[in-house]
Ligand binder design. Structure first.
Ligand SMILES: [Zn+2]
Length: 314
């Protein structure tokens, strides 16, 4: 990015403190950034915001989820190497930077009773030890806004729950110079807002499902609607909708880059993009923490993750 640094920084939108706006998105595995909030990141990156994806684990225990992919790599190390290459291609498609925290994927335990988690996996690392590298990254990258998952993880993968926990801990602690002190560590930095990704709100699922039925397209959400209604999981509040209609292509390129995980003919590509642009041109968030005041809705929702932070705010 060095050769682009000066034109980008001259035009970059700035915060009230004069700093270029910065967004940090914390995710559990490589590919999560492409299925949760990806087009939002592409939009802000295109606007000149500095965007950093932080990936907690290497995705070593992920299965091959794309039936057209072919043979699985022979070892966890080979899988990790493949997923690093996929991640680099996804970041390039979104126009963002990316860093690894270096923890080991816990895998999704399945069965009844659930098997124990593998030793030394991310979910078993004590909170303070697991949060320390993220605190340090917040102090070096200095984000104004952080995105992560809600306390349930969004779905019950132990790495997603842990991702929430370390994000909340780092958001609380990064600005306190007495906490997570380390020789040679960066100065404290206080991020201003933290959001939870809500890419599959019930309202979105229902809206898209009904639009597919009306257009006589096979809906990817049929079973999902029934399952969610049966579970009676309380819906979390959506406070914020980001219009991302111009950035579907960047998101789709990032999804396709994760070829071990994403079927190019599967779920994420089941809804035609022109239909999606018409009925659901947003990605959704919940403002979880703010140090710059509450949401000011425009047409019912906040429309900018940097609302209350921008130097040129209207
Ligand atoms: Zn994941």
């Amino acid at each position: 990015m060095a050769d682009q640094a000066s034109p980008v920084s001259n035009a970059a939108p700035r915060a009230r403190d004069g700093e270029p706006l910065r967004l940090m998105a914390v995710h559990a595995h490589p590919d999560d950034e492409s299925s949760k909030g990806a087009a939002t990141m592409a939009r802000y990156a295109a606007e000149g915001v500095e965007v950093l994806v932080v990936t907690c684990t290497g995705g070593e225990r992920g299965d091959i989820l794309n039936p057209s992919f072919g043979e699985a790599p022979e070892s966890p190390e080979a899988m990790a190497a493949l997923r690093r290459a996929e991640m680099a291609a996804a970041a390039a498609s979104l126009g963002v930077e990316q860093e690894w925290l270096g923890f080991v994927d816990s895998g999704l335990p399945q069965g009844d009773p659930l098997p124990p988690l593998p030793p030394e996996c991310f979910a078993l690392v004590p909170l303070e030890e697991a949060s320390a590298p993220l605190v340090e990254l917040m102090r070096t990258f200095r984000p104004h806004v952080v995105t992560t998952y809600d306390p349930s993880g969004g779905y019950p993968h132990p790495d997603h729950i842990k991702c929430h926990q370390i994000s909340a801990e780092a958001f609380a602690a990064a600005g306190d110079p007495e906490r997570y002190r380390r020789d040679g560590g960066a100065d404290a930095w206080t991020p201003l807002k933290m959001y939870y990704n809500h890419d599959f709100s019930m309202q979105r699922i229902r809206t898209v499902h009904e639009a597919c039925l009306a257009a006589e397209i096979e809906s990817p959400f049929g079973a999902w609607v029934e399952r969610r209604e049966a579970q009676e999981i309380p819906e979390r509040e959506v406070t914020t909708r980001i219009d991302v209609v111009g950035h579907f292509a960047a998101r789709d390129g990032a999804l396709r880059a994760h070829a071990t995980q994403i079927d190019p003919d599967g779920f994420f590509f089941a809804v035609p993009r022109d239909l999606e642009a018409e009925i659901w041109p947003w990605e959704e968030y919940e403002l979880a923490e703010s140090r710059v005041g509450d949401v000011v809705p425009v047409d019912g929702y906040e429309r900018d993750l940097f609302a209350g932070i921008r130097g040129d705010e209207r």
